[in-house]
Design a protein around this ligand. Sequence first.
Ligand code: GLC
Length: 605
Amino acid sequence: MTHLDSTSAAPALELTTTSPTVSVIHAASDVAREWWRTAVIYQVYPRSFADADGDGIGDIPGITSKLDHFVDLGVDAVWLSPFYRSPQADAGYDVADYREVDPLFGTNADFEALLEGAHARGLKVIADLVPNHTSDDHAWFQAALAAGPGSAERARYLFREGQGEDGELPPNNWKSIFGGPAWTRVSERAAAATDGITDGQWYLHMFDTRQPDLDWEHPEVRSEFEDILRFWLDRGVDGFRIDVAHGMVKAPGLPDWDGDVAMVEGSSEAPGAVDTEPHEAAEDGSTGAGNSGPMFDQEGVHDIYRAWHKVLAPYDGDRALVAEAWVEPLSRLARYVRSDEMHQAFNFSYLTTAWDAAALRGVVTASLEASDAVGAPTTWVLSNHDVIRHASRMGLTGAAVRPNGIGKNDPQPDAELGLRRARAATLQMLGLPGSAYVYQGEELGLPEHTDLDDDLRQDPAWWRSGYTEAGRDGCRVPLPWVADAPGYGFGPTGKTWLPQPDTYKECAADVQRATEGSTYSMYKAALATRRAKDLGLGSLGWVEDFASSSSVLAFVNNDVLVVTNFGEAPVALPEGAEVLITSGPLTTTGDRTGVPQDTTVWVQV
Ligand code: GLC
């Protein structure tokens, strides 16, 4: 624990006892049940984690070579973003063969070796399943193009006639989440599909043109995916993260929709727009992170998950389904994790909440209430491969800024502020009961790459938005492992598929591991304490002593008091308080320890 010498005026806020008055809103459980209820799950983005073959792109043997990193850090499970055969039009979220590892990442045998190595270390492995759409290279889609209108092959996708005299207008007005229309017209002259002439039907793609949406009313689509689940379950995967889990079923008739379909705020309606207003905590925890409209969150989607629940149930080891569903309010999201459906859902309302005590109290309360009502664990997440890394996001001016990427000419984050808040936010998150997700590199304090050359960008959102949204490449840059090696030790040749900024040197894993007070050591200490004190199964009681303060958030989970100070005046801890972990330097005034602004501490109670 680091103390700053300070004799500044007495702090404006203080806690006088380590047994404060609390309002318990979530009771502790004394029964350790399925592993996923409390797991801390580490997201690996395979192309950027570690490169074993030296081509500059991360791969499965690279991940296997770093399994001890997960053990040292202290996480319970690893989720791998897609590694299947794919033309990589959306970095693997465009799958051409769901049963085969892409040669870019290795072989199926490599994956089995990874699984074996992980299991030998007590780590669970979650695969990523992309059922809303396939790649246009998928055999089904190629067959659909060749077979023509009205064919059985086309019925697996959402092909429709266009509007207008010659069908020259798209079937409806839906927009792609990446920008531009959600429909592409094809040629009906077999083998001519690539000559650029479009005179035929249109197909729906909620994402890129190369990601045609499947028609989930089709029984073959349903049985194929159940079979794919079994294929990987048989090989031993412990669960699946389900991509766009709220999008598979569309409203009958595909009615027009004038609303926004953006994945992140500021996306398609007003490209590049930045929201600088602090968000008030809505009673139900909503932050504007939810997608709505006839293409999302339709009732019929739940039948799919009830069926999948039954596919997983006979397997041993409590296999799990995790919903990536940008749905609000949280009570609506909780419907995906009812006891006969999926097991967890990402809490994007939490991720998108402003750095604000009242807003966070609101969203945490709403999250626990919503998931408790259906008997599911709450999850917490601050970063992933689709959003600006929280060490940079939280350094943007304004309380609730979340543009889709940061480009050279955009307002740049305050790196120091961002990291300080990110560490405080993470320490707060890891003190909450339930399950938590960490995204590769956040344990190193990694910032977003915010000045990538535009011609290097690979996210389809960049060009589909008419070059107005930088997109997600900045959070997908290859990890730094060794400060003094070429490519910061990403692979044996120094090649990296995106360049790493110079700031990655101090974030390199070897430096972080060896530095006292580093972000890595904070994560490691928090994860060890979280495990030792069973915080995942723990309780949540708000400390009412601070109820009227808009600048402090404090709660008790089991025997740990978590205090975050958002305000300028330090918060004095009770005399003799035993600080277990702090996200940053503390102050000392007389014999009282103070928690400065944008700092979280864990205190023994
Ligand atoms: C999900 C993924 C994202 C991908 C999209 C389309 O939101 O997280 O990376 O682009 O789905 O598959």
